[in-house]
Design a protein around this ligand. Sequence first.
Ligand code: G3H
Ligand code: ZN
Length: 283
Amino acid sequence: PLVSMNEFLPKAKEKKFAVGQFNMNNLEFAQAIMQAAIEENSPFIYGVSEGALKYMGIDFTVAMAKAAADKSGLPIALHLDHGSSFEVAMECIRAGFSSVMFDGSHHSFEDNIRLTKEVVKAAHAMGVSVEGELGTIGGVEDDISVDEADAALAKPSEAIQYYEETGVDCLAIAVGTAHGMYAGEPNIHFDIIEEVTRAIPVPVVLHGGSGVPDEMIKRSIAAGVGKINVNTENQVACTQAIRDALAANSKVYDPRKYLGPARNAMVEVVRSKIRLFGSNNQA
Ligand code: G3H
Ligand code: ZN
C-alpha cells in the first residue's frame, strides 16, 4: 500500500539523506521512477501537480501509484504537489493519496497558517502527511533580479513559527531555487536552511531540484534538506529521447518505439538523483 511521508522522512532527517519527489505526468513517468527506485532500493514520493491530476485523471493517478507500490514493495508516498485549496487536498485524500502539499504561500502569513492548520487537522486524522510552504519559490522565468528573488525568501523566524503553529510533516521554504531549468546557477541560501532545520524536528523541502549542481544538492542535504523535488529534468530527458527516436526514423508510428526510449532515459535521471540524494538502500 501507499504510505505517508512519515514512513521515511524522520529517518532521512536523522541519517542525513533526502528522499526524492519525482513528479508523475503519465504512465512512462510512473514506471520509470518505480524502476529506478527498485534497482536502487529507495523510498520515493510521486508528486502530482493539479495540472498533472487533470491530465491523467485522479482515478488513473491513484491506480498507477498503487500498482507501483504493490509491484515494488517499496515505501512510496502519493503526494499532491502545490495543492491550492482545502477542497483539492480532501479530494485527493478521498481518492487514495497518502500525502498532500498545501501551498498557501500566495496568502498572507496569518491566512497561510490558518488554512494549513485546517488541512493538517483533516489529513492527520486520516494518517496522511502534509507539506507546507513559506516564502515564494520562483517560477520558470529566470530573469528576475536578485533583489526580487531575495524579497521572496523565507524568513527563518516565520518558518519556525509556521511549523510550530501548523504541525506540518515537512516544510518547503524559499531559499533561492526556482522551478524549471536555470539560466546560470541558483543562489541557495544554506544559512536559512540550517537555521530553520536546527529549530524544527521535521525536514526542510527543496523545490526546483532540476538543474541544481550536485555540490549544492549535497550542501543542502548537509544543511537539513530531507526531501527534494524533481520534475523538469525528467521532462527534458523524456522529450529529448522522443525527438532523437523520431529523428532517427521518420517512418516510426508505433508510440512504444519512442516512449520506450523516453522511459529508459527517465530511469537514468531518477537513478542518478537517488544516488546523489543518498536514499539508495534506505527502503
Ligand atoms: O514541485 C515541483 C518541483 O519543485 C519541481 O521543480 O521542475 O524545477 O524540478 P523542477
Ligand atoms: Zn515545487
